[in-house]
Design a protein around this ligand. Sequence first.
Ligand code: MLT
Length: 247
Amino acid sequence: MKLFVYHTSELTPSQILPDTAVVIDVLRATTTIATALDVGAEAVATFKSLESLMEVSENWPAQKRIRAGERGGAKVEGYDLGNSPLDCTTELMKDKRLFLSTTNGTKALQAVEQSSTVITAALINRGSVVKYLLKQNPETVWLIGSGWEGGYSLEDTVCGGAIAQSLLNNGTVPVTIGNDEVIAAVALYSQWQDNLLELMHQASHGQRLLGLGGQEDLKYCATLDIIETLPIQKSPGLLVKLASSSL
Ligand code: MLT
């Protein structure tokens, strides 16, 4: 397995695709996607634009859908939810399809949706991501941060580092380093692994969310390995929970 880290989707090569793309948006899209599927959502349909979300979700039974729209960290008016993973309760999500559009995360997903396998990662499900990659052992793996409007984000890179460190230390499957960003991400994770919440507080998007009252979101998103759910793309933009027998 050859491992690459890209800090944002804008920095990923545009002419080639990996065998497995791992999209990361710790604050908060991929944390929300994993949580929604974990509590029983039937699927999460992701959209770069709010317009296409509205258009596609119109064709889904109203009682079976939840529309979530976020821009700039805030809920978009007229949507059922914003992008807080803490809104994803079993009562709300069970057997529903979550239609989600966020500022950067759903855009990053769209950038690699043609890869043969697309999964999403966050700190909360890091262990399952590592387990899946070691079991599948794809030839090339890209860990792709969503960043913020084209720029680097600490929280996505630290999650890439958490995944990369576990893969590199696994001791059974040979894993090689594909680019310098892998080394930088592992170094970032090594420095902050015992203080991930403090890192979220220092991150620019963490500060934006704190300004919007997102203290509890940061706490949840900074927690490692609390759920086993692994979101996997079934068709472009549509994520479902990988059956636990496949992990
Ligand atoms: C994004 O896509 O940029 C984020 O998930 C923003 C957020 O809701 O915190």
